[in-house]
Design a protein around this ligand. Structure first.
Ligand SMILES: Nc1ncnc2c1ncn2[C@@H]1O[C@H](COP(=O)(O)OP(=O)(O)OP(=O)(O)O)[C@@H](O)[C@H]1O
Ligand SMILES: [Mg+2]
Length: 332
């Protein structure tokens, strides 16, 4: 089954062609750079940019996959969560295409898309597993009972993991979005330079919190002279990262132990982080097995939407064409 996936929930315009929920024939991603000068995504600018680029990207995806629209069996598009204007561009384009060409349409939850990137990248993940989805807008620890059946074990009380990376990167003058830049800078730093707070690490719940850590980093930077800050930039990045990541790893592995779950998947933009990957790898034990997608499938892309659409369609069939965008769509 050939699935055309369409993603436009934030500032990436992406169209993909995926075979049988597994084989990526094309995954064209355009990251809008118009927002950099504003230090964050401007929704109206994002909507206009999606409008301008979605048709050429769709054509490029078909060409790259060497298929025609008439070869496509299913069209999948993100319906939420995300920014309503950007969501509507991709969703409306997908529904129009589906209606005009009588191809079944399925709408996809963007977070289920992130989770599904692991199914694209790996075989052999236990149906029941634990998934940590860490992205720009979410921090969710889920027990996946089967595809589409989830129990939310924990999420964030305030900022998401990716948001914390972006805010700290901004405070440090590393630009927006700064997660990947901070990750790279931290490689040259000493994480024992400063013991920043590990919020809620020993709390019995699986909840997370990042605002205290952001404040601690900000106050520490304010206490330094310009020279001291310049000299310790990499050390601050490494110390922040160690604190941010340790809570994610500790809580996820505690949940795995308490729930007797051996397979753990990571998803979302922060799953691209080198310390997230290395600390999980160092700390898993015995029969535990860790899965994460390649970096290109961690951040927003349409291949993960096509994969999720494939599994949704197999489970529930097509969606109605009257389906609308839902900016605060929940996964559980
Ligand atoms: N190597 C990295 N280390 C840390 N953070 C990273 C890295 N690469 C990307 N990120 C962060 O990942 C986030 C983007 O991920 P993603 O595309 O999944 O988020 P989003 O789509 O904006 O949010 P959501 O999926 O919750 O709607 C940004 O916050 C970015 O800084
Ligand atoms: Mg995302």
């Amino acid at each position: 089954m050939l699935v055309l996936g369409i993603e436009s929930s934030c500032d990436e315009t992406s169209v993909a062609v995926v075979k049988d929920g597994k084989e990526v024939l094309a995954n064209i991603i355009l990251s809008q750079d118009e927002h950099t000068k504003f230090g964050g995504v401007v929704p109206e600018v994002a909507s206009r940019s999606h409008l301008k680029t979605i048709v050429p990207i769709y054509e490029e995806a078909l060409e790259k996959a060497s298929v025609k629209l008439s070869d496509i069996d299913l069209i999948a598009a993100t319906m939420g969560p995300g920014l309503v204007g950007p969501l509507l561009v991709g969703l409306t384009f997908a529904k129009g295409l589906a209606y005009a060409s009588s191809i079944p349409f399925v709408c996809v939850n963007h977070m289920e898309g992130h989770l599904s990137a692991n199914y694209l990248a790996h075989s052999g993940i236990d149906e029941r597993h634990l998934s940590l989805i860490i992205s720009g807008g979410h921090t969710m620890l889920l027990e996946v009972k089967s595809f589409g059946e989830y129990e939310l074990l924990g999420n964030t009380k305030d900022d998401a993991a990716g948001e914390a990376y972006d805010k700290v990167a901004k405070i440090m003058g590393l630009g927006y979005p700064g997660g990947a830049v901070l990750d790279k800078l931290a490689k040259d730093g000493d994480s024992s330079y400063m013991k920043f707070p590990r919020a809620m690490m020993h709390d019995k719940s699986y909840m997370f919190s990042y605002s205290g850590l952001e404040t601690a980093v900000s106050l520490h930077i304010k206490s330094l002279s310009d020279d001291e800050f310049a000299k310790n930039k990499a050390n601050i990045a490494a110390s922040f990262q160690e604190a941010a990541v340790e809570v994610l790893v500790a809580k996820t592995l505690r949940a795995a132990k308490e729930k007797h779950i051996n397979h753990i998947t990571l998803a979302g933009g922060v799953a691209a982080n080198s310390r997230v990957r290395s600390m999980f790898t160092e700390r898993i034990r015995g029969n535990q097995k860790l899965f994460y997608p390649p970096i290109s499938l961690c951040t927003d892309n349409a291949a993960m939407i096509a994969a999720a659409g494939y599994y949704r369609f197999k489970k529930e069939g097509a969606s109605e064409l009257i389906t609308n965008a839902i900016p605060y769509l929940k996964m559980v």
